[in-house]
Design a protein around this ligand. Structure first.
Ligand code: NAP
Ligand code: G4F
Length: 328
């Protein structure tokens, strides 16, 4: 039986990855921070098989302890401060967790593995946010990185540190440059879930409007359930490497609004949307679209859920959830 340790196990991807690994017969250990983490209940209800270990990416000795307890074949580093807007307000914290946290975990893996660095395979959750002010369209593994947020800068650090441990120590370390991926488990602070929740509430008469920032930005949005499969496939390769994981299609937030409102039976989304300066960013990433050809050819990975299907899935979920919450 293979063993895996996942940081960020309480997040969207952590839940999907845990389910995937459990279905493949893994023993899964999840690192959870805090003395009374409010998401522990969700984790236990969704994937009760996960064995919880306490730790924090900023506390290297807790990472070493977790490695000794789990004795993992594979380590997936999904933990991060992941909300881009928050990273401007908390740049130091974002740097410590999302950037230096990667170094802490890599170093813990190196110390834990001692003389045998083939013992553990390592996955780093890199991000298309690293492309920022894009220097090439579509973005691929070799595209120059030009981050536009403290989060993006921290991810660039973690990305290059992962490559450096591969090149310096021969660690089987892979970096998945994942483009935006969403699901009904997405946090409500991200734009897709903010829209799907608001559309459901407007449809049910619980809310009048939705306030948004820049609705002209474009993203390459896929389904999170598909993307965790790519993470796992990376660690099954003979060597660590870097892979872009994306759909290859891009859509604006306007497109998102059109599909979401129409699916809920509401015409003319413009009636419900107001622009609010509070949601504008100091520097925007205007356009992301990935070239997933390496993931396709080497990993045999393909996305299975289209943009329209993804948005409809999220709206359907939120209609049920909001109805239940409101008792209507
Ligand atoms: P998410 O839902 O925001 O989950 C983030 C996870 O990190 C949570 O489990 C959180 O724990 C944990 N975490 C935060 N601070 C931590 C700390 N100090 N020590 C240990 N864990 C900590 O993010 P996601 O969407 O699942 O994304 C997973 C990873 O992929 C992240 O690294 C993200 O930056 C990256 N990524 C995501 C996307 C995307 O579109 N979703 C795209 C590219 C890359 P709590 O529950 O305790 O807060
Ligand atoms: O949903 P978002 O907050 O995601 P963003 O910034 O692209 O980051 C996500 O994807 C990255 C991969 O590229 C991950 F690394 C990162 O961890 C995270 O998962 O915003 C998407 C777009 C932005 O252009 C933003 O300015 O939507 C725009 N937007 C417009 N109004 C809004 C809003 N975003 C949010 N969250 N809230 C708004 O009201």
């Amino acid at each position: 039986m293979k063993r895996a340790l996942i940081t960020g196990v309480t997040g969207q991807d952590g839940l999907y990855l845990s389910e995937l690994l459990i279905s493949k017969g893994y023993e899964v250990y999840g690192l959870v921070r805090g003395q009374n983490n409010p998401k522990l209940g969700l984790l236990a209800a969704t994937v009760p098989e996960v064995r919880v270990l306490t730790g924090d990416l900023m506390d290297m000795s807790s990472l070493l302890r977790a490695l000794h307890a789990a004795e993992p074949d594979e380590v997936y580093n999904l933990g991060a401060i992941s909300f881009v807007a928050y990273s401007w307000e908390n740049a130091h914290l974002t740097t410590d967790v999302t950037g230096k946290g990667v170094l802490n975990l890599l170093e813990a893996v190196r110390l834990y593995s001692r003389d045998d660095l083939t013992r553990v395979r390592f996955y780093q959750a890199s991000s298309s946010e690293m492309f920022g002010k894009v220097q090439e369209v579509p973005q691929r593994e070799t595209t120059l990185l030009w981050p536009r947020s403290p989060y993006g800068v921290a991810k660039v650090f973690g990305h290059h540190m992962t490559i450096n441990y591969r090149e310096s120590y021969g660690l089987h370390a892979s970096s998945g440059i994942l483009f935006n991926h969403e699901s009904p488990r997405r946090g409500p602070e991200f734009v897709t879930r903010k829209v799907s929740q608001a559309v459901a509430r407007i449809r049910l008469g619980l809310q009048d409007r939705i306030a948004l920032g820049n609705i002209d930005a474009k993203r390459d949005w896929g389904f999170a359930g598909d993307y965790v499969e790519a993470m796992w496939r990376m660690l099954q390769q003979p060597h660590g490497d870097d892979y872009v994981v994306a759909t290859g299609s891009t859509h604006s937030i306007r497109d998102l609004l059109e599909v979401a409102f129409t699916h809920a039976g509401l015409d003319d989304w413009q009636r419900y949307v107001v622009q609010d300066e509070r949601f504008m960013r100091p520097a925007e990433v205007d356009l992301l679209v990935g070239d997933p050809s390496k993931a396709r050819s080497v990993l045999g990975w393909e996305p299975t859920v289209s943009f329209d299907e993804l948005v409809r899935m999220m709206v359907d979920h939120d209609l049920i959830e909001q109805r239940a919450l409101a008792g209507v």
